[in-house]
Design a protein around this ligand. Structure first.
Ligand SMILES: *Cc1c(COP(=O)(O)O)cnc(C)c1O
Length: 472
């Protein structure tokens, strides 16, 4: 499998060559030249495979150049009962007739990002070793991404993580998760500022190309292709878990922010998995819902982006969306490049009235948005009807799924985090504390290790230079 850019400016490249990035030299995103097809007979032969076996079948179609035995070993090392809490890795739970929860949040940081990030840690370590390189991952987080990255990269050879977070703005639980790590290759930097300040500092460092290459600075953000493709696996896993007939169509509802998770569902569908609907669930930050309803894609300003009670979906633009638009426009890189130029210049583009948007239902996408009140009501209803407490993001998915359910079509809602990560909203909804997995009892009491820093790029560079070996 070779990879190209959505804007046409990348020589076809191998999986190993694109693994550490995700962005093409032309500003587009890397995508496979074509989607490998899985026919009905092959799909039927996958019934009964374990999660690692299934992951191998999916991933070997995308990462051929890793080598089959190496890939298998990396996957087997990643997806273990010990790390993910069950041999199923992503178990499916029935809520009622034709309604299911796909549980993706039993990895080390209790959010679905672990499923892909844990694999990324092992892939990165392998490829860096092969290429005789090292990598210093620099990122900004307001919660889930940073901790998932740190738990995936801790202790890995050739890799360090420098993670910026806004001082005093994460929940006590999230802070404890990140700052209690003692691994010498993990550096937590608490910035006197807000999340956007952290992100600006990361961008400023990455824009200094000399510094970036001297210190081998990289990222693990949601446009990383390997993260997307690792997520394709659990759509297959869930479909295999709930169907009997080999052509049964099921629907998925996906709490969405940067469009990485639901893009993986789109890819599974393009590969041939019988998916009827992909429900894109947004919160009040409804860039994606607006697009799927109207054809208009309008990036929001920081001022227009609200802080909600499902914070991991608070986005102003959806960084993976370009990959779907590439498919929607018949994989025409010129048109994608023109649309993104328009987006840069005017802050929006509009596909309403185009023949492609008229056929958008061919892709199965539908959408909806939910509000704080919807979220609370859904958390309450789910607790009282099924005795299950869901986190606010999963509640968005359940709420938006409801009007799209159809008799005879199973709806699988993706659980993207455990409620303990968002205790405040759970208390507000249910008047009680969320349950806490035993391994997380008292983590707030552990010693914490972090560095405080003003919003000063020079100081950040000095810190990185002092704590990582220069590469060239
Ligand atoms: C990251 C995240 C999301 C959004 O996923 P995308 O891939 O960005 O669409 C939803 N819920 C939780 C809990 C998350 O951490």
């Amino acid at each position: 499998m070779r990879y190209v850019s959505t804007r046409g400016g990348l020589q076809p490249s191998s999986f190993s060559e694109i693994l550490l990035g995700g962005l093409g030299p032309d500003g587009g995103l890397v995508v496979p030249e074509e989607y490998p097809k899985v026919d009905a007979a092959t799909l039927a032969s996958w019934r009964g495979l374990s999660y690692p076996q299934l992951a191998f079948e999916v991933l070997r179609r995308y990462a051929g150049d890793i080598g089959e035995s190496t890939l298998r070993a990396l996957i087997e090392r990643t997806y273990t009962e010990q790390v993910f809490g069950s041999a199923d890795i992503t178990p499916v739970m029935g809520l009622e007739d034709e309604l299911y929860l796909l549980r993706l949040s039993n990895g080390p940081t209790l959010a679905f990002k672990d499923v892909a990030m844990q694999l990324l840690g092992n892939l990165f370590e392998h490829v860096l070793e092969q290429q005789g390189r090292q990598l210093n991952i620099l990122g900004a987080t307001s919660g889930d991404t940073g901790s998932a990255a740190e738990y995936a990269m801790r202790g890995k050879h050739g890799i360090s993580v420098f993670m910026l977070s806004p001082h005093g703005r994460m929940s006590a639980f999230q802070r404890a998760q990140m700052f209690s790590l003692r691994d010498p290759n993990v550096f937590n930097i608490a910035v006197y500022g807000v999340f956007d300040d952290c992100q600006d500092m990361v961008k400023a460092v990455s824009a200094d190309l000399g510094f970036k290459s001297r210190y081998a600075i990289g990222t693990v953000n949601s446009i990383n292709w390997a993260r997307v493709v690792a997520q394709v696996v659990y759509y297959f896993k869930a479909w295999l878990a709930v169907t009997q007939a080999d052509d049964e169509l099921v629907s998925f509802s996906v709490p969405s922010g940067n469009f990485g998770n639901v893009l993986a569902g789109h890819i599974a569908r393009m590969m041939g998995l019988p998916i009827r609907r992909l429900v894109v669930a947004t919160n009040e930050n409804d860039v994606l819902d607006e697009f799927f309803r109207t054809g208009r894609y309008r990036a929001r300003s920081t001022a227009e982006t609200s802080q909600t009670s499902s914070p991991s979906m608070d986005i102003s633009r959806a960084s993976n969306f370009e990959r779907f638009v590439f498919d929607l426009l018949g994989r025409d890189p010129q048109r994608v490049a023109a649309l993104w130029r328009e987006l840069d210049e005017r802050g929006e583009f509009d596909l309403a009235g185009t023949p492609e948007f008229a056929r958008i239902s061919d892709y199965g996408f539908v959408s909806g948005r939910s509000t704080h009140a919807d979220r609370l009501a859904t958390i309450r209803a789910t607790a009282s009807k099924y005795g299950v407490t869901v986190d606010p993001h999963t509640a968005d998915g359940l709420f938006v799924a409801e009007p799209w359910r159809e008799a005879g079509v199973k709806m699988i809602c993706l659980e993207t985090a455990l409620p303990v990560k968002f205790a405040e909203t759970i208390r507000e909804a249910l008047g009680q504390e969320p349950e806490r997995p035993a391994a997380f009892e008292g983590i707030e009491l552990l010693g914490q290790r972090f560095t405080l820093m003003p919003t000063d790029v020079v100081e950040l560079k000095r810190y990185i230079a002092a704590h990582c070996p220069a590469v060239a």
